[in-house]
Design a protein around this ligand. Structure first.
Ligand SMILES: [Zn+2]
Length: 324
């Protein structure tokens, strides 16, 4: 039987696919504080059940970016504005959200990407508070999986003073991503504008370089959890797929940035895609598979709660957010 504190531990309950039995109690709720609060939606986190697994979306905040020519590569600004207008969104700026996902898999508490930490816009850096609110203190995270090495995904792993909010976590990264960013010759040959990104990777991973676990493309990381290579946005980006009782959750990472633009138009490449051609190809392949097979997807830059389903349209796909 569920106890009161377990009901209170999380607020927004998302149910997708078949529910587990009513007696199902999430592992992570066992240490949740009993604050006596009513079960109201919480804007900072949301959860969904997937067979015997629980997935939590943990919001790190939102950054506003003025919309300018070049945000979508090789597409005129007027066309991008028309697409935003179609989606009912403002055309002067884009609000880019940051949502990391946690998988509770048996005894393991696995955080996928770490948010902006102390290095992003003032409207970001909320991941730790929202983890706590979801009943998951950061020091109880035992595994951190990284999709790719852009700062908005790795900066939460290390504070300005060099400490980490996740002292007990083993850190796993895509081996192709590591090979690219940790290559000193490549860093030295990089244009000035990119050198900071290489240095940031060293700031984050340098102190734990010998302990970081590097996984191969498409590696099975543990039962029910595997990597799926999606090179293009960065040279070694990996997505993560969680599977339980025939249901699947696919963490798309940055396969598509804002869904109103890049899920609707898989051929559009955001300015951050390092190899736009490869990014377009893998975007088509994965979106098509996920829509066809009814996989629940989560996107790091999708509007919170950032998970839901994909639907094929005449052109491209529609992202249908899960209702929380
Ligand atoms: Zn990103």
């Amino acid at each position: 039987m569920l106890q009161r504190r377990q009901f209170l531990a999380g607020s927004a309950v998302v149910t997708l696919g078949a529910l587990g039995g009513l007696g199902w109690a999430p592992v992570w709720a066992q240490n949740a504080p009993d604050l006596g609060l009513p079960e109201l939606p919480n804007p900072g986190f949301a959860r969904l059940r997937l067979g015997e697994v629980e997935i939590l979306a943990i919001n790190d905040g939102v950054a506003r970016r003025p919309l300018a020519e070049g945000f979508v590569r090789e597409v005129p600004l007027a066309q991008v504005q028309a697409a935003l207008r179609d989606a009912g969104l403002p055309t002067t700026h884009v609000d880019i959200g940051f949502t990391a996902f946690v998988a509770i898999l048996g005894e393991r508490r696995i955080l996928m990407d770490t948010g902006n930490g102390q290095f992003g816009a003032p409207t970001t850096g909320r991941l730790l508070a929202h983890l706590q609110a979801a009943g998951l203190p950061p020091d109880q995270i035992d595994t951190v999986l990284i999709t790719h090495f852009h700062g908005d995904h790795i900066n939460g792993l290390r504070n300005r003073d060099g400490s980490t909010p996740f002292p007990k976590a083993e850190v796993w990264v895509p081996e192709a991503e590591w090979a690219f960013w940790m290559d000193d010759a490549r860093m030295n040959a990089a244009p000035d504008a990119m050198r900071g990104a290489f240095q940031n990777v060293r700031r984050v991973f340098g102190p734990i370089a010998t302990q970081v676990r590097r996984f191969a493309p498409d590696a099975v990381l543990m039962p029910g959890l595997r990597a799926i290579a999606a090179h293009g946005h960065t040279p070694g980006m990996s997505m993560f797929q969680v599977e339980s009782r025939g249901q699947r959750f696919l963490n798309l990472a940055d396969l598509s940035n804002l869904p109103a633009l890049f899920v609707r138009q898989p051929d559009w490449a955001v300015t951050f895609d390092m190899d736009p051609q490869a990014a377009r190809a893998v975007r088509h392949k994965i979106l098509s598979m996920a829509a066809q097979e009814g996989v629940t997807v989560g996107g790091y830059h999708f509007p919170f709660p950032a998970f839901g389903q994909l639907q094929r349209q005449a052109q491209g796909y529609d992202f249908k957010p899960a209702r929380t």
